[in-house]
Design a protein around this ligand. Structure first.
Ligand code: 6R9
Length: 577
């Protein structure tokens, strides 16, 4: 039946997902903000709460879809009044406050490209990203302005307007600095989104490689097709859910699933201005009766560290789905979720570049603890044979070798899903290098089991080669973490004259355990028992493992410390998301 498409073929999967969206009226294209806000505001969900926001003291404010439509329309009109044109870039540097959601969605209505930055960034990473991204507008708070922007504003000549979200001191109100509330009050609430080509750029997220400047991954309006479809399939997200994504919108998760997907689906989005605190989080889950919770393995591990007693004090029965992303989810954490929170944690895998979840243990299906899961509908994944550098081997004709069955290789995705990044800003050659033979090369090494599930092994450049054995640090970390004394572990390859590298583990102990020689010996034995030849040969106790801002253990930094590299050299070991 050549030429016939079936319901599971990517093209028909995405065509079907596209039909669940409205599209702009009169066939004027596809705009993320229309799908997320305006179509609900114009229908029976207008009075439903779109955003339920908790400030630091946990007082609640609510914004309905109709109100969100009003505010984002005003924001789009305000941009227009300032002379900001479609395609120009709006950055946000904000904590999780209502203005953040208004600015992001309002910018998309205005057909600007929006780039949310993490408020905890210091001036240097902000300057670098705003410079690379040609920021024309920045939305920030007066406090963040003083702390982060004032020292660098002179280096950002392209920045024409700063919108402040609160009362500013007079000295901040230099030309081009505006009071956002006043602008919105003056602006009209009537706004019709202009024609938007689905291929028009919409979202810009910065991500890091091992070296060089951050990479600006650019996504288009069509990405919304994948945001919504994957949230339904992987997270089982529905219109009557109260959904909490703990990721900050400064990271791709916090935008794709912390803003776009839940609103497109018509759910109520919870947003917490506060930072992680075990008691606060349990209180929030209970009091807000969160039904779907998308978080990160580090958070789960921090809750684990706090102990089951804290969880037992709270009624978490409203929780239907717990899922995580961003770093390896240990089998231990999955089981702990089931035992203590009442639900297993569903692992999901994706990247800034993929824009949406690609591989998952979908909600509603059996979780395989330790596995990332299987490709979602419309996603074709593969493992590619690796070359000596650990990356996929590309032959002189540009072909790669796709491995069959149970195998280990570089994880690749057949190019063409809707939320695939469309370029790295100003780095087309870097973008081209991310693809081969029609596949997007993830830079992650994974293996596939007999049931077609994918298991994370490590980044291509983190994998350890010891005495001829390929050792995945995650495998070693997971094993160590099954020991009751171990809260967290980071494993690196330590250069070794005989074995090439030997496996070294840095271990953070749980409260109540002392870093004694006995315990070190016990852990080495425990590791040998569990892992055999790939067990760590050295263990160091470290109660301050370096983490990226999103909570991944920075193995490369551990490695640099181990090698005694000076601090200056560490800066080249890019601080990743
Ligand atoms: C969404 C996000 C991407 C990298 C990715 C991989 C790691 C993500 C994971 C995972 C193991 C998972 N990663 N999910 N590792 N298991 N379920 O995190 O994007 O910040 O670009 O990071 O994170 O190494 O390549 P990003």
């Amino acid at each position: 039946m050549v030429g016939m498409s079936t319901a599971t073929e990517p093209a028909s999967v995405w065509a079907h997902a596209r039909r669940t969206l409205s599209g702009l009226p009169d066939g004027a294209g596809l705009n993320i903000a229309y799908e997320a806000v305006d179509r609900h505001a114009a229908g029976p969900r207008a009075r439903v709460t779109a955003l339920r926001w908790l400030d630091r003291r946990m007082s609640v404010s609510e914004i309905s879809y109709a109100e969100l439509a009003d505010r984002t329309a005003r924001f789009a009109n305000a941009l227009d009044a300032l002379g900001v044109r479609p395609g120009e870039r709006v950055f946000t540097l904000l904590g999780r406050t209502p203005e953040l959601y208004v600015a992001v969605l309002g910018s998309l209505k205005a057909r600007c490209v929006v780039s949310p930055l993490f408020a905890a960034f210091g001036p240097e990473p902000v300057a670098q990203r705003m410079h690379l991204g040609d920021a024309v507008v920045l939305v920030t708070s007066p406090a963040l302005y003083r702390r982060t922007i004032a020292p660098i504003r002179g280096r950002l000549p392209a920045l024409r307007h700063v919108l402040l979200t609160g009362p500013a001191r007079p000295d901040v109100l230099e030309p081009g600095t505006h009071d956002m509330a006043a602008l919105l009050a003056q602006a009209s609430p009537d706004h019709v989104i202009g024609p938007t080509d689905p291929q028009q750029p919409a979202l810009l997220h910065f991500t890091s490689g091992t070296t060089g400047t951050p990479k600006g991954a650019l996504h288009v309006h069509e990405a919304v097709v994948a945001h919504a479809a994957t949230a339904r399939e992987a997270l089982d997200l529905r219109a009557d859910d109260r959904f909490w994504c703990t990721a900050d919108p400064g990271w791709v998760t916090g935008t794709s699933y912390g803003i776009v997907a839940p609103l497109v689906i018509g759910a109520t989005l919870l947003s917490d201005e506060g930072e992680f605190d075990a008691r606060r989080w349990y209180t929030l889950l209970e009091r807000e009766r969160v039904t779907v919770w998308y978080t990160a393995p580090t958070a789960i591990r921090m809750l684990m560290r706090r102990g089951a007693e804290e969880a037992a004090r709270h009624d978490l029965k409203a929780l239907r789905v717990i899922a995580s992303v961003g770093e390896p989810l240990n089998a231990e954490a999955v089981r702990w979720g089931a035992a203590v929170l009442g639900r297993p944690v569903h692992d999901t895998w994706w990247q800034t570049e993929t824009g949406a979840i690609m591989i998952a243990n979908p909600a509603g299906s059996d979780v395989c603890p330790g596995a990332m899961g299987r490709p979602l509908s419309g996603i074709e994944a593969a493992l590619l044979q690796q070359g000596s550098d650990g990356r996929a081997l590309v032959d002189p004709d540009g072909h790669v070798r796709v491995l069959d069955g149970q195998a280990q290789g570089e994880l690749a995705l057949r190019a063409g899903w809707p939320s695939m990044f469309r370029t790295y800003l100003d780095a087309p050659e870097r973008y081209a290098r991310a693809f081969a033979d029609g596949w997007y090369l993830s830079g992650d090494i994974a293996r596939r089991d007999a049931d077609g599930r994918y298991w994370f092994v490590g980044r291509a450049d983190d994998v350890i080669k010891s005495a001829g054995h390929l050792v995945g640090p995650f495998e070693v970390e997971s094993a160590l973490m099954t020991h009751p004394a171990v809260a967290e572990a980071g494993v690196i390859g330590k250069p070794d004259a005989v074995a090439g590298e030997l496996v070294k583990a840095f271990v953070t102990l749980r409260a109540g355990f002392e870093p004694t020689e006995e315990l070190r010996t016990e852990l080495l034995g425990f590791g040998r028992q569990a892992l055999g030849a790939v067990a760590p040969k050295e263990i160091a106790f470290d109660d301050a493992l370096p983490h990226t801002r999103s909570g991944k253990v920075m193995r490369r930094l551990l490695k640099a410390r181990e090698l005694g590299l000076p601090e200056g050299d560490l800066s080249t070991l890019e601080v990743n998301t």
